[in-house]
Design a protein around this ligand. Structure first.
Ligand code: ATR
Length: 271
């Protein structure tokens, strides 16, 4: 694909962003969809300047990553209702200089689950009560699921549950068989502490769907033990790919080439 003077430019803003797989994934998506577009990474500690730059340069869309998902909101013209309820933005859409903030993280997780199981009416246990948990619980509610939140600091689980109309459960109350789906949103098991898991093995039961949003490593100890216990497992590439696929559609109005996006992510995460 040739880059011309008319090629639409997209980017990710964050600090740091050197490790981000979004440029590889989105550029593969533009190529696979036969869609004119180029996607770059900008490492910036200045969300206000970044928003002004996106407007001034006519950058058509941006992904927003750590640490700007909350801070960027002050500098946008409009925030989607769901992003406002989640309290964070991971996507900017630039329509003629007007910047709209959206959040595809939670829907991305639900789509990744949806490849395996419909979440509607299911009891879903969310481990953790931070920003990722908030986005996922919000999307689960919007898709008719029944979310429960368990967190090391129970008070945070209680407050999040109260805020989003979910339920809080104590870590000690979790036992295998009580939930249809479990999603780990904590960093427990992430490189370099790969020998840790966020719940004891007794929390796993055959037939349960277990998703980890960690993708470093792809096969966490939680997923290894879950598979051995007879659970269906969904690795962290799923949510990452689908949050990016939803961004691609918001920017281009087209279906995203999910298979090719997943392929490039797997090519760079298999280690
Ligand atoms: P993110 O925004 O990516 O979701 P976060 O806001 O830092 O990240 O939230 C991380 C979540 O993982 C928190 O709920 C945190 O629990 P606390 O509220 O008790 O801090 C949880 N978490 C982090 N490290 C953990 C650990 N070692 N064991 C259990 N839970 C942990």
């Amino acid at each position: 694909m040739e880059i011309s003077a008319k090629t639409p430019v997209y980017c990710v803003i964050g600090h740091p962003v050197g490790h981000s797989l979004s440029p590889l994934m989105q550029n593969r998506a533009f190529a696979a969809a036969g869609c004119d577009g180029i996607y770059a990474a900008f490492d910036t500690a200045d969300p206000k300047g970044a928003a002004a730059g996106i407007r001034a340069l006519g950058i058509r869309g941006a992904s927003v990553t750590i640490p700007h998902k909350v801070g960027i909101m002050d500098f946008l013209d409009e925030i989607d209702e769901s992003a406002r309820e989640i309290g964070a933005v991971n996507t900017i859409v630039n329509s003629g200089g007007k910047l709209r903030g959206c959040n595809t993280d939670g829907q991305g997780a639900v789509r990744a689950l949806g490849e395996n199981i419909s979440v509607s009416g299911k009891k879903v246990l969310i481990l953790g009560a931070g920003g990722a948990a908030r986005a996922i619980v919000h999307a689960l509610k919007a898709n008719g699921a029944d979310p429960y939140i368990a967190n090391r600091t129970h008070e945070k689980a209680r407050l999040l549950a109260q805020d989003l109309g979910a339920q809080a459960v104590s870590m000690d109350e979790i036992s295998g068989g009580s939930f249809d789906i479990m999603v780990n949103t904590t960093p427990v098991g992430m490189h370099p502490y790969t020998d840790a898991m966020p719940v004891p093995e007794s929390a796993l039961a055959p037939g349960m769907y277990v998703m980890d949003i960690i993708y470093n490593p792809l096969c966490t100890k939680l997923l290894t033990k879950a598979e051995a216990a007879g659970c269906h497992v969904i690795d962290g590439a799923g949510m990452f790919v689908y949050q990016g696929a939803l961004q691609f559609s918001l920017w281009t109005g087209r279906d995203a080439p999910v298979a090719q996006m997943r392929q490039v992510v797997y090519e760079h995460l298999q280690y």
